[in-house]
Ligand binder design. Structure first.
Ligand code: CA
Length: 219
């Protein structure tokens, strides 16, 4: 899952990026509205944390521009004050949720998790596929109740496939959602990670759909 953070306060931007990366997401960041708008307009994000008060282009204008051009990723707004007018404006502009500053990092993480989950159509933090159970919040995977050890890359890949189970996910989509913008996209890393996951999980869980990508079909 790939998240964009748009925040001009350098220290806060760094704290957000660190906390979100620690929670197992891939993070890109921008420190002004123009850069943030460009990234959100050109890269596929699973959610965005967007500050309202930004240089060059304010957060509300960034959000409105994304929605106008059909970019529908979930957006969590950071409002500077607990002002009702900011919230109303934000929600009218297409925000999915907001957190007022100052906030506890845990609240931002919990709201992000809920946004990503809802966008993928899941009501809870636990997703199952056959004997495999994935707890998004705890970062834990079990097979028939037995805990399985996964690296963070393996966990991210499995989470993405499980969040979108039933759909065929192309290698390009996986690469775009699992790595930041500096990742070498020509490499065959995805295949390597799928191979490793197959060794740790029931062999037929992740199906290769020839020429199209991968799919988890089990309920
Ligand atoms: Ca700001």
């Amino acid at each position: 899952m790939r998240i964009l953070v748009v925040e001009d306060d350098a220290a806060l931007n760094r704290q957000l990026c660190e906390a979100i990366a620690d929670a197992g997401y891939v993070v890109d960041s921008a420190s002004d509205g123009e850069d943030g708008h460009f990234l959100g307009d050109t890269e596929p994000y699973d959610a965005v944390v967007l500050d309202i008060g930004l240089p060059h282009m304010d957060g509300i204008s960034v959000l409105e521009a994304w929605r106008r051009s059909g970019r529908m990723m979930p957006v969590l707004l950071l409002t500077a004050r607990d002002r009702w007018s900011d919230k109303v404006q934000g929600i009218d502009a297409g925000a999915d949720d907001y957190v007022a500053k100052p906030f506890h990092m845990e609240e931002v993480l919990a709201r992000l998790r809920a946004l990503v989950r809802r966008a993928a159509g899941h009501a809870s933090n636990e997703i199952t596929a056959g004997p495999v159970r994935l707890d998004v919040k705890a970062g834990r995977v079990t097979v028939e109740g037995q805990a399985i050890k996964l690296t963070s890359h393996e966990f991210r890949l499995l989470s993405y496939l499980m969040m979108h189970k039933g759909k065929v996910i192309s290698r390009t989509e996986l690469t775009e959602h699992l790595y930041d913008q500096d990742f070498d996209r020509d490499s065959n890393t995805i295949e390597v990670f799928v191979g490793r996951l197959r060794k740790k999980l029931p062999e037929d869980l992740i199906q290769t759909i020839r020429g199209l990508g991968y799919q988890i079909v089990t309920d």
